[in-house]
Design a protein around this ligand. Structure first.
Ligand SMILES: O=c1[nH]cnc2c1ncn2[C@@H]1O[C@H](COP(=O)(O)OP(=O)(O)O)[C@@H](O)[C@H]1O
Ligand SMILES: [Mg+2]
Length: 233
């Protein structure tokens, strides 16, 4: 979170237990949902998209990512985060998938020597925007999609729920500010601008992240979670 994290007693667990995803069942949450990420740009977007829709705080922590399918990686992170925070958490993973390469770079993890790295992050750091474009040089098909998986765990030992958002587009030579990942090389379908060239509000309306967060918001609206934080309701 922006201002330090104070662990709280297990009372932060949902006071009524019903199976995860049981829409309509009332749950009382005594802590805001903590979005756990090590990525400041993601946090900026999540904050802008969620606004005041869900009581929300953030915790800066790079969680290990276990190998597997995107939803399993995400659920594993949510379990770790919920144990760490001892309360409700939201975690997020993003992948950029090239259709010509059957979904690579994707979200997958590789073990390189003694270190384990996320392929996409690693690809970006090692070969940059130009290198990512070059991966597609031999292919006519430059289409790609950005996907985001959010996992929500209401507390330790609860089964996380996942929410997926996807935006289709294509890979282009870098254009626009270079302050967030692969934004300069992803041009969403229907736009002449890359994510990086678009005003932030525009990206946040159509992005993979905003689509996944729209599902998170609907989930909160449909389930009737009740936040009782510091005596307030
Ligand atoms: O919306 C986005 N636009 C551009 N780059 C992104 C976006 N979301 C994530 N990335 C980048 O994709 C890479 C992999 O994402 P990942 O979800 O593993 O990030 P993280 O582990 O740093 O939180 C990182 O380099 C990250 O900066
Ligand atoms: Mg990651």
């Amino acid at each position: 979170m922006s201002g330090g994290y104070a662990p709280s007693p297990p009372s932060s667990l949902p006071s009524q237990s019903s199976p995860s995803g049981n829409e309509g069942a009332m749950r009382v949450l005594t802590r805001p949902v903590t979005f756990v990420t090590g990525n400041a740009k993601k946090l900026e977007e999540v904050r802008a998209i969620l606004g005041n829709s869900i009581p929300f705080q953030s915790l800066r922590l790079d969680l290990p990512e276990l190998q597997g399918e995107p939803e399993e990686i995400s659920k594993g992170k949510a379990r770790l985060a919920a144990t760490e925070v001892n309360g409700p958490v939201l975690v997020e993973d993003t992948c950029l998938c090239f259709n010509a390469l059957n979904g690579l770079p994707g979200p997958y993890m590789y073990v390189l020597g003694t270190s384990t790295v996320t392929s996409l992050k690693w690809f970006l750091e090692k070969i940059g925007h130009e290198g990512l474009n070059n991966l597609l040089m031999a292919y006519e098909d430059k289409s790609a999609y950005a996907a985001c998986v959010f996992s929500l765990a209401l507390g330790p030992n609860t089964d996380p729920l996942t929410f997926v958002g996807k935006t289709m587009g294509k890979i282009v030579p870098a254009r626009g500010p270079k302050d967030f990942g692969w934004d300069p090389i992803f041009q969403p379908n229907g736009y002449e601008l890359t994510y990086a060239e678009m005003p932030k509000e525009e990206k946040n309306k159509i992005s993979h992240r905003s689509k996944a967060l729209a599902l998170v918001k609907s989930h909160f609206a449909a389930t009737g979670y009740h936040f009782q934080i510091n005596g307030s309701s």
